[in-house]
Design a protein around this ligand. Structure first.
Ligand SMILES: [Zn+2]
Length: 162
């Protein structure tokens, strides 16, 4: 077994599972902001895109041009480098997308953070099992075989430090 605390980022955010986005929420880093944007999009079965991403700012908007949903998060040097949501325009106003639970919003990094614990317990966990784990965690959203496979490889490389 590999201790996950060596791989995971040990900071906490003010956002908690089940919360909606709002102005003033803080996050340990930009990766965490992106992870939460994805979780919220999966909950609502919506697609967003990162319209701008720098080392200091992150802008996300809905893929639907007519939709009002918009988020801006910036780094706060006076808050120990935490990231904070400074603009939140929501909820999504677009019509529901036809395909439900296609899992398109899940990135490889996103999947990697979710399978880390399981892989630390057993790094031989099959892709099939990892996919069904993700599916039951995120409202039946299907993750692609390719992405999970990629995420598993990356996670294992990180765990064993090469
Ligand atoms: Zn929208």
């Amino acid at each position: 077994m590999v201790d996950p605390s060596h791989v995971e980022i040990p900071f906490v955010s003010t956002w908690k599972e089940g919360m909606n986005l709002c102005k003033g929420l803080t996050f340990a880093n930009k990766i965490e902001v992106q992870r939460v944007l994805i979780i919220c999009a999966l909950n609502e079965n919506k697609h967003f895109m990162i319209s701008r991403s720098t080392t200091k700012k992150l802008y996300a908007k809905c893929v639907d041009e007519s939709c009002k949903w918009y988020v801006c998060a910036v780094i706060k040097p006076n808050l120990h480098g935490l990231w904070m949501v400074t603009v939140y325009v929501g909820p999504y106003t677009c019509i529901p997308i036809g395909v439900r639970n296609d899992g398109r919003m899940m990135t490889c990094n996103f999947i990697a953070s979710d399978i880390l614990k399981k892989l630390c317990e057993d790094h031989t966990t099959p892709i099939k099992h990892l996919r069904s784990m993700i599916e039951s965690k995120y409202q039946s959203h299907k993750s692609s075989y390719y992405k999970v496979c990629d995420a598993k490889q990356k996670t294992i490389r990180k765990m064993f430090g090469n």
